[in-house]
Design a protein around this ligand. Sequence first.
Ligand code: ADP
Ligand code: MG
Length: 598
Amino acid sequence: MKDMINILPENVANQIAAGEVVQRPASIVKELLENSIDAKATEIKVLVKDAGKTIIQIIDNGIGMSKRDASICFDRHATSKISNAKDLFNIRTKGFRGEALASIAAISHVNLISKRHGIELATEIAVNGSEVKSIKSTVSEAGTKISVKNIFFNIPARRNFLKSNNVEFRHVINEFIRVSLAHPEIKFIFYNDDEEIYSLPISNFKKRIINLFGSKTSEKLVPVSENTEILKIDGFIFKPKYSKKTRGEQFFFVNNRFVKSAYLNHAINSAFEGLIDSKYNPSYFLNLEVDPSSIDINIHPTKTEIKFEDEHSIYAILRASVKHSLGQYSITPVLDFDRDKSLDIPYDFEKKSKSTTVGIDINTNYNPFEKNEVTEKFISIDSFNKKMESLEFSSETNEMKEFNFDDLSSISNSNNSIQINKKFIVNNIKTGLIIINQERAHQRILYEKFLKSVTLSKINSQKLLHPHEIEFSKPDIKILNSRKDILNQFGLDFDLGDDKIIINAIPSFIDSANMSQSFNELIHNIKNDVPDESFSESDFISKIISKSLSIKNGKSLKVKEQQYIINSLFACKETMICPFNNRTFVKIDFSEIENMFK
Ligand code: ADP
Ligand code: MG
């Protein structure tokens, strides 16, 4: 009988392997990014068109390839990352199977240009469906530039299985986020159809999270950190109240590789037990570091599944450390986690100057009796435009959707607000009315001003013509003393006597009229840890001061003061809620009013 077994030709074998490695454009993006990272790139550019269906291009400044390496990198099992079976147990690179480029080249048109540092010429190779079309020398920068076009051109069935551009794009972005989160030490730039989507500077893990998910993320994060013999954990969870019904941001990285693990996810869920409804999912960004020989990442070609040698202990440690962080966060609201101070503050940190001098800038010309400040603080077109920009950004999070900021164009110059019940400011807008709670709005305004000024290390302090003395009990003086330095940074300059304080200067945007009351409140709030959810000391103090020094409900306001509140509120980054998460304003549409008369 005739023999029946054939050895498949290399290109067919590659196509079959490609089925496992390359499911969609996103898989190619992932593999190429990983190659650039393995090549020690510090800057990686990604360009995709039509969600990667037309072209995916990755440009890195990594070590590049020699002519010989470039000419064999598309062969199956061509890898520089391991050389024998023993190495399989100590993998520190992303790749090691040597099949990504072979698989990608089997189902697309690839062009690769690569040059090692210090070598004059680059090598350029074109491969179509595993077939090398050309190899030549060319001029290029050191590093590697790879373009992958016409994915699945030779497997129409697979091409037809690709989903809409929107869906495929989402997959591409997800891969990009996973890889870039795991490597904040690398600069990433991402273009989609010539539009820059992300530009991520070299930073740290927290900043990378914020750069990817928006500045508001900062206040949601609680750090998790644990160091044991078998497992090191480092990362963040979201405060329980930010849990989502949908599986939101859930990221495990094991030795800098994104992994999926239902088992570890379960550990986190159980740590959150009792804190969130079972329908909600906690969000987390956790880096786990283990001895590479204690894990097996070889179980799936895309290497997102993982097997731990000591699964049970990993589970227990993870659960315990998340629980610990949650506990710390709710029991002791103000912890100094020894982090980059500028990151405590979601405002303008990118503008923060390098200088470390934190000083009070005293305006000696200030005359507290000359009160023409308020009028100057009307929202400028410039800040209004900025507002609009930032809104576009935050509208992604759905938090702003209920309010159309177009309506505000009509506010900025109008003087037709009224105050009702000494508590609410009512102003008409294009489509209806807004009603603002004056105290909460002012808290928001002050809170943002403080955070911003502290971030920029620049609080404009006004020296009082006559230092203001207030009597206090000894314990209260002690409390103030314990916070003197930070209050000082916030522009509150005071001396402490045995039973009194002498106030010399206060931030320029604070009304000096109610100083005694404000300081009383300040002490009361510090004593009682009033913002019970603060995350950093700067945030805590900003909240306390904004609460203590804000205009109170019950105070009648002149039209100018009302206008100041309206305009400053809508120049804030967050307008809808006060620092204590209560609504600052409501909006009533004319249509609703019309309905009331039906
Ligand atoms: P693996 O990553 O598993 O080794 P790949 O097929 O992804 O296999 O890549 C094959 C080899 O080509 C790599 O081992 C590496 O030596 C080289 N290579 C691929 N991409 C790059 C790159 N961007 N820069 C430098 N070398 C690269
Ligand atoms: Mg690889």
